[in-house]
Design a binder for this molecule. Structure first.
Ligand code: BES
Ligand code: ZN
Length: 583
């Protein structure tokens, strides 16, 4: 039974799924999806096929011709879930499974009207990466097995609408105040990119191939913030080749969305916290757009090679930013990344193996291993390779690599072999294997460099206040470079830059961290506000670790006030930090 992926029961000797057809009733009262999925295999097969499931109720399994098939659902494993084994009679071309999800499905967050921006209608969304698709439907939940979606049908209350990361095929009446939204996904995708949302959503057109969807309350601000998206797509296409997914739409999620963004194909999900009012956080959009090439076209084969998705994407994101905003700005973003990498390396001091780029995550929950290391350490390796190869040769390699592996799922070794074939000796000169297989960051890793960056770091290291105006990214670099400042400095900074009232949580949370470290009570109030405003883990994690360091009780109190709004993944992370045994 050769398993393909440490986080899936999929077996390479068994038939592999080629396409799926999905039909689901969305019930906001019982918080359950109920319906049917039909899996079609590449080749007719026989014998057992093992699917991944988590918390699913399986009602029946039939073959494509309608014959009932025997199946067995194993007891759940904590990380993998339950194996669903189906016995296929000779020459079976597919399986049709009737099932229902659990109200606790790990891929879903069901929000009450009060938890949305408009406050009037409920909201539902999915987040499948890394291994939550199995709580939504039974399937081979490994990025090694790409699938197309022949059709996906969601039946929802007529006042709501479904958006799927797929091509919309229209809406059909379903009776009793309900309607069915129909989609199809012709490009083969890894299961973690299956995604949909249901809510009272409205579009604003941004360009012929791009619209932003959101609740009404944020629609205008969102359209303004993302107005430059077409220029971004253009810049990315010049760097990486044609955009292959037809549309690039954006969905602004409710505040509880635990990530900054998620690169769902054709429909990127973003946190509302990137709407800063000054376009200073659109690098998140550049990042999710870049995944259309690095991640969605060329995909990591399992969580062990996650850096192939995220390291490449951070690199691509900064190339897009450089093209749009210039080298200085891109370097400032790289400096912020280098700072966050240092913080993450500290967090993994006791588990240095998790700071390698190539990992063995058998027995490890990928949500627990998640950190910025594959992002920023991966970026540093690619930057090093670029420096040594020279930009022209490196860009040639990148395009060739993206073309060679398009719509495929690969491991680090595939990347290394391609690199050796096209730029022989480069990996050795860069010491690539030290980045890939050793913990920490090599001494000779590249450092971001620019005149502006030097000035800001110099000011910060002497605890001197900036005399000129700083743009939001400059200000962020400055704040992150300040070594534990005195209270007076912190207050003066607030006076100069209005940091405690900034809309940008990127800036405000960095400032609150300084207040907390300086032991200022205003910091606790600021932390509480952030905890209530967002469910984004990038902000909650540092805020709650700092709170927990200075006063565990306060941290627990603030967590209790806000936890109802958080996604279960965020809850698990914060509970680990504030060590709170409440459920
Ligand atoms: N694909 C990730 C989000 C993700 C990773 C979700 C792993 C679940 C498991 C997304 O592209 C991402 O990296 N988002 C970042 C954006 C940032 C690096 C600009 C985030 O959420 O902060
Ligand atoms: Zn990413």
């Amino acid at each position: 039974m050769p398993r393909l992926d440490p986080h899936s029961y999929a077996d390479s000797d068994q038939p592999q799924t080629k396409s799926i057809e999905l039909s689901l009733e969305v019930d906001f009262v019982s918080r359950v999806l109920e319906g049917e999925v039909a899996l079609r295999f590449h080749q007719p097969g026989t014998g057992p096929i093992d699917l991944d499931t988590r918390g699913l109720r399986i009602d029946s399994v039939r073959s494509a011709s309608g014959a009932t098939l025997p199946f067995a659902l194993s007891p759940p494993e904590p990380i993998l879930g339950s194996r669903l084994r189906i016995d296929l009679p000779p020459a079976t071309s597919g399986a049709r499974i009737r099932y229902a999800t659990s109200p606790e499905a790990s891929a879903l967050q069901w929000l009450a009207p009060a938890q949305t921006a408009d406050g009037a209608q409920p909201f539902l969304y999915s987040q499948c990466q890394p291994i939550h698709a199995r709580s939504l439907l039974p399937l081979q939940d490994t990025p090694r097995i790409r699938v197309t979606v022949k059709s996906a049908r969601f039946t929802v209350p007529v006042r709501l609408r479904t958006l799927m990361a797929a091509a919309a095929k229209g809406r059909e009446p379903a009776g009793e105040g309900r309607a069915t939204d129909v989609f199809e996904m012709p490009q083969p995708i890894p299961p973690y990119l299956l995604a949909f949302a249901v809510g009272d959503l409205v579009p604003r057109q941004l360009s012929p191939r791009s619209a932003v969807w959101s609740e009404r309350a944020v629609a205008d601000a969102a359209a303004e913030e993302f107005a430059g998206v077409e220029r971004m797509i253009g810049a990315a296409e010049r760097l990486f080749g044609p955009y292959e997914w037809d549309r690039f739409d954006i969905l602004v999620m409710p505040p509880s969305f635990p990530y900054g963004g998620m690169e769902n194909p054709r429909l990127t999900f973003v946190t509302p916290s990137i709407i800063a009012g000054d376009k200073s956080l659109v690098n998140v959009l550049a990042h999710e757009l870049a995944h259309a090439w690095t991640g969605n076209l060329v995909t990591n084969a399992s969580a062990n090679d996650f850096w192939l998705n995220e390291g490449f994407t951070v690199y691509a994101e900064r190339r897009i930013l450089e093209a749009l905003e210039g080298r200085e700005m891109a370097e400032l973003h790289a400096a912020v990344g280098a700072h966050d990498l240092a913080v993450a390396l500290e967090r993994f001091e006791d588990q240095p193996q998790l700071t390698r780029l190539r990992n063995d995550l058998a027995g490890v929950d990928p949500d627990q291993a998640y950190s910025t290391v594959p992002y920023e350490k991966g970026f540093l390796l690619l930057r090093r390779l670029e420096e040594l190869a020279g930009r022209e040769a490196w860009d040639g390699f990148l395009r060739w690599y993206l073309e060679k592996f398009r719509f495929r799922s690969i491991v680090t070794q595939d990347f290394l072999e391609a690199l050796e074939a096209r730029l022989p000796g480069l990996a050795a000169r860069a010491g690539a294997l030290r980045f890939i297989d050793e913990p920490g960051v090599p001494e000779d890793a590249p450092r971001p460099q620019s005149a502006r960056l030097r000035e800001l770091q110099e000011l910060a290291s002497r605890q001197k206040l900036p005399e000129q105006r700083l743009n939001p990214t400059e200000l962020l670099v400055y704040l992150k470079s300040l070594p534990a400042p005195e209270r007076d400095t912190v207050r003066a900074l607030d006076g100069l830059f209005g940091l405690s009232e900034r809309r940008s949580l990127e800036l405000r949370h960095s400032f609150v961290l300084l207040q907390l470290r300086a032991g200022m009570s205003e910091g606790i109030e600021g932390a509480r506000r952030i905890a209530r405003e967002t469910g984004r883990m990038k902000y909650l994690r540092p805020i709650f670790s700092e709170l927990a360091r200075t006063g565990r009780e306060t941290a627990q109190r603030i967590y209790r006030e806000s936890r109802h709004a958080y996604h279960p993944i965020a809850r698990a992370v914060i509970e680990g930090l504030v060590d709170d045994r409440l459920t």
